[in-house]
Write a protein that binds this ligand. Structure first.
Ligand SMILES: [Zn+2]
Ligand SMILES: [Zn+2]
Length: 437
């Protein structure tokens, strides 16, 4: 068979490789940027006392049907679901399984399964990992996408918990220099006051339905609150009643307390009565961080979250309070304003000339690495000119030049590639100097 007949295999449509900077010029697909955001988030989680949880990438389909909701777009259209193969007597053969489309339901499943409430009154958990949805490939959307999120589950629903999470997000955004953002907040009520609001909404919408889009007509039957989310019928939606006017006393007090905690922290926000989350177990506080970055078009949600006090019970767990958010890493990478330093850039490049120098460099590289200095070298014999080209391309801050003469003298040239300054140092001095800065 000739080489041309072998078909090349590529990534599945609307999935992509996240690559080292050296191998892609697409700045939204460089792995060091993902790493950078993750490291900032991890630092925030360390400061705020969150612990990492890693759940499986697939779960029983029923978890999402119940934990996200049959009527949502996610569950009805976007999940990767399959029947587990296997002979009839294989355990689990025939089970309906699903690649996780989000990670709140799996975290609550784990909270219940491991009875975390017995160990702690409040579990503060974070996760970082891929999620899967059958996206049709709009800009910035991928079938495998990456999320960072937190869930706080337990006995307390103090609004200070919510404000603290917002404060942490504010720190993350500032640290990443994503500055053109606004915080929208709302309350979606509770099982006591929301049914009345839904009734009222139904009455107001019914006579207007003929003029509304197909999605709204569907939501009218299945999930009335989501009509407020419609991006097409904005004129009609603007005339509908506001949930803020119908909150019960407890919900009103909770929301006021949340706002007070935000004010105390000098965190700016706007109240958006149209900001809703459609499912019954979502209660009270909902929020979104919007960005006006040009890369993403007009106002776009960068992240969102809220309170879900009924979720644990709907998954068979004990009554628990819950609050969390999820942010899309792919979108965050696109929103990063400037070049991010790449930790994979070596500190030193060893430029060797000749066989003996090569042998010496191999050992020197090992010594440098043992004291924590990252270094790169080449495995071919090249001219000084070509070796220095490689040193440049590596972007290393320093180059050590090792030739026959240097070997005999026992002194080596250390060149600072930025300032062009050169020093002649012994091996011991080299290690000392590079270790120190
Ligand atoms: Zn209420
Ligand atoms: Zn509509």
């Amino acid at each position: 068979m000739s080489k041309q007949q072998v078909k090349q295999i590529r990534t599945v449509k609307h999935t992509r490789d996240i690559l080292p900077r050296d191998f892609t010029s697409d700045t939204s697909a460089q792995s060091h940027k993902f790493q950078y955001i993750e490291s900032v988030a991890r630092e925030a989680f360390r400061r705020y006392g969150f612990q990492e949880i890693r759940t499986p990438i697939f779960e029983y389909t029923e978890l999402f049907a119940r934990g996200v909701g049959e009527e949502t777009d996610i569950v009805s259209k976007e999940m990767y679901t399959w029947r587990d193969l296997g002979a009839n007597n294989t355990p689990g053969a025939g089970d309906s399984l699903t690649l996780r489309p989000e990670n709140t339901a799996p975290v609550i499943r784990s909270y219940i399964q491991h009875q975390m409430w017995q160990q702690s009154d409040l579990a503060k958990l974070f996760y970082i990992g891929p999620q899967f949805r059958r996206e049709r490939g709009q800009k910035g959307r991928f079938r495998q996408f990456y999320q960072i999120g937190v869930e706080i589950i337990g006995k307390s629903d103090n609004p200070a918990i919510e404000a603290e999470v917002i404060e942490m997000l504010d720190w993350i955004l500032k640290e990443l220099k994503i500055l053109n953002t606004t915080l929208s907040i709302n309350s979606v009520g509770c099982p006591k006051c929301r049914p009345q609001f839904n009734e009222m909404l139904k009455k107001e919408i019914e006579p207007r339905l003929v003029n509304m889009c197909g999605d709204c007509n569907h939501r009218y039957e299945t999930n009335i609150l989501r009509v407020l989310d419609c991006k097409r019928d904005t004129e009609i939606v603007a005339q509908l009643p506001s949930i803020q006017d119908l909150l019960c006393e407890e919900c009103r007090a909770h929301f006021a307390e949340f706002c007070r905690h935000l004010d105390k922290r000098k965190l700016k926000y706007q109240v958006d009565p149209k900001l809703v989350r459609g499912l019954d177990y979502y209660t009270r506080t909902a929020f979104e961080v919007l960005t006006t970055s040009d890369d993403l078009g007009s106002q776009n949600a960068l992240l969102g979250g809220g309170r879900y006090d009924g979720l644990s019970e709907s998954l068979g767990g004990p009554p628990s309070k819950g609050f969390g958010f999820a942010l899309g890493l792919d979108r965050f990478v696109m929103s990063l304003p400037e070049e991010v330093s790449d930790p994979s850039i070596p500190k030193v490049f060893l430029a060797h000339l000749g066989k003996e120098a090569f042998e010496f460099s191999l050992i020197l590289a090992g010594c440098l690495r043992k004291v924590g200095v990252s270094c790169a070298m080449d495995f071919e014999m090249r001219s000084l000119k070509n070796t220095m080209k490689l040193a440049d391309r590596s972007k290393a801050r320093y180059t050590i030049i090792i030739g026959e003469e240097e070997l005999t003298k026992g002194r080596f040239v250390l060149r600072d590639m930025v300032t062009r300054e050169q020093l002649e140092l012994t091996e011991a001095e080299l290690l000392e100097k590079l270790k120190a800065n």
